[in-house]
Write a new protein. Structure first.
Lengths: 264, 264, 264, 264
């Protein structure tokens, strides 16, 4: 039976994700702010703790991706490779080392949802929009001082977040909160659904062949909204840190298991 | 940290699925046909074998569901509880017992995708439509002899399946292929993405408080189409068995692990 | 060239709507309330005036439709015939006669959008959900006293309206605001886009072969939300009138021009 | 009452389209081919005739647009300004002058659908994807020789068209079929729905402040597929002409009525 995730079949052709490596090229908007450090701590599972420096720092990222496997088939059938995502990242300590950690994430395609789940990203579906820079005309920002971008997130027919960003100048790097290797939990509740997990791992991962292209910093506004099935207002914006537009590419092949604790 | 699946949070409110039990009420169209038994065998993983009687039987089901948790919140915010699905079911033997097994499935909401994944259903997203019976007027079939229904499935902007069904009379039960307890594999590939799995289980489950409402049999046509990322044409329709419209309800709380083989 | 609306082609097959008559079967939730009569008056164009009795009455309707042309092709390919809509209706006087008038409306399919435009409905796209009654199980209301329904509307990734309805008993008819023949303006701005219209008509229409099926009244809550591109908060809910769940069917062939004033 | 199209309200805020001028910035893929000239002639209404030179030339364009009104509000809330479209263009003679003419078009947003209808574009909704060029990484083509793009169109859950394009070098202009002022019919069938039109105009329009950015030519493949509600196979690809990737911007304020023939 072939196929990384599912369905597994004789050929693997129907698998919801192609074999690794996976290649990504995208444009991102990163918004960093400080929330209450207890709010970050409350989202860290057992074994994790706050970082010492700036423990309440949060990054919210909008990303407009193209992605593909090693045969580039998705580039020729872009409905299978394009997707957008919004994700909330904090930093944390695990086994004495500092990591970035995604605490909330929405994407708009199924393959991205499952691919991310393999990596421990807690992906839901959402409706995601962000301005694209243009080189001509009035219907979009220029990648230059004064260029102004909008970004929105909705899920379950409710707007969850929206942001504005105006370029003030070039930047060396797009913030610091999402800059560490990721440490994620991969949980699979036992089919007995009794509060235990069949799988409970902490994994870490980084991409390879990553590159940053153009990168700009800027002024921003960020608003979070309530929903009966979200908890974003528990990460209130106490202080703005910074915001960035940046281009990146990265490839991903595999991660590393840091801890395994199958409870059953 | 609360939350059955993910994200796990202090309150569990943001979890993509509410706590079990889950309740379902729906209308289904079931199409049963015979394919080559080797085609079914090719979709069975290690430890599974064909059933002896009618081993090539396949059921394709369209379902229009409402679902909710125990507080019925999704009924009042139906974007969070309504979904449609199409699934292909075969029968198989495991540890000397006969089971039904879902080999392909598409849904149109994220919560259904993850909830099903907990149960071992290999869910992707699709666009799913099926006629609804009406009691008045010309724009829909009556639940009576001659009532004619249409049903379609698309994914990745390609039509994958379509069917027609015309009621010929009442039926006692909606076929036999999907009538056994389910036996599913739950796989989580290791984050090392090296061909091994961190989780590899065979689980079984049945619902409780299930009831069948009105049930009709009928004549049908069923067509399957090709896609570069599906393998439906490997389950060709050699002979029609039967088709049914039926109403059902069921609740689900938990399943049972039949086998666990964490390979790493 | 054949085709009612567009595109017009040699065969008419590609037309966005089939030839009339059009047949509809659906389930509706109707919520009636009183707003300020000046708010209703402000939405009436020249030539229209308020009705004398209860001039501030508004009906908000959620509808889950199946629709088809005279060959019923859409029933067999239901993606082409099923749609949901939400619409706001007021009453008005025109040429000495009382009419119902749709002031805002959202649908979720393109054919419904254009078909409605032919009839003078000012249709936009939205995401629309409403509970469906069930006969079995816990995942939906029964069509009986105590059955509780939810209904929501979103557009442009913002929730615009939501409602709850609980059946208190049978009803003879589903309110009065949407009960008169419709009087709508059909405007086509001049391509010169200079504030004049190439087409400016007042039309009226009613369906034929209409029937009402089961009809229930009940208690309700209705909430309207703000959006930068909507004006629903200008129709504030001052007093609730009543709410209804009802089944209807109707066919539609043609309307009648009441007034024509092509300004150019 | 304010509002260009509908709904017309006291403030105009709820209008489905903002006031003109409208500004557009986008990336396009243009595919030009020859079909049978009779197939083009069959799509021309009364008063139109074929051009003399290359009368069977067709352009199929995929476009990924951002658009906004004069206050740029849509750039900050991009769900209201971004859209994709696919359109088929032929050339024709009207009143002794040569024009381009859109014969089929699909978009993925409601505002684009109605805005286009004002301009005589026969817009339906579709699902549209096209590769975006990237500057980094493997998940997208470079804007350079060898860069390969994919593009697809689906509607009503069926794939209607797909194309591949590989850059072979720079180009001066993106073909010739879509290069003339547009001549479109604007029809509004009479509400009496008796085969007559309340509005029947021929209009022409061009944008202003148009600019072409980067432009590349290339090799291509283009496939058209069947649908019961489309007629694309009546425009068969007899001979390829050329294909282009190009950036454009344009603004639009108004058009000109060439002919008016209100039949009633």
């Amino acid at each position: 039976m072939k196929g990384l995730f599912y369905p597994r079949t004789p050929t693997g052709r129907a698998s919801i994700v192609p074999p690794t490596p996976w290649h990504y090229s995208g444009e991102l908007l990163t918004f960093e702010y400080r929330t209450d450090s207890e709010a970050v701590a409350a989202l860290l599972p057992e074994g994790f703790s706050l970082v010492q420096e700036d423990p309440g720092a949060v990054a919210v990222l909008w990303a407009d991706w193209q992605s593909c496997g090693d045969d580039f088939a998705e580039i020729l059938d872009p409905v299978r490779g394009q997707y957008k995502e919004v994700f909330f990242v904090v930093r944390c300590m695990f086994q004495g080392k500092a990591y970035s950690r995604c605490v909330y994430i929405w994407v708009d395609k199924d393959f991205a949802m499952l691919r991310g789940q393999h990596q421990g990203y807690p992906k839901k579906l959402g409706s995601i929009h962000m301005s694209r820079p243009v080189t001509l005309g009035k219907a979009g920002p220029r990648l230059d001082v004064g260029g102004t971008f909008g970004a929105t997130l909705a899920a379950m027919d409710r707007r969850l977040a929206q942001a504005r960003f105006t370029i003030t100048g070039p930047a060396d790097r797009p913030g610091f909160v999402n800059g560490l290797p990721m440490a994620h939990n991969r949980w699979m509740p036992a089919i007995e659904t009794d509060g235990t997990d069949s799988l409970s791992e902490v994994v870490t991962m980084s991409g390879f062949d990553g590159q940053m292209g153009r990168c700009f910093k800027g002024d921003f506004e960020l608003e979070l909204f309530d929903s009966p099935v979200e908890e974003l207002l528990d990460l209130p914006i106490r202080e703005k840190i910074g915001a960035y537009w940046h281009e990146v590419c990265v490839s991903w092949r595999a991660g590393t298991t840091l801890s395994r604790n199958n409870l059953r």
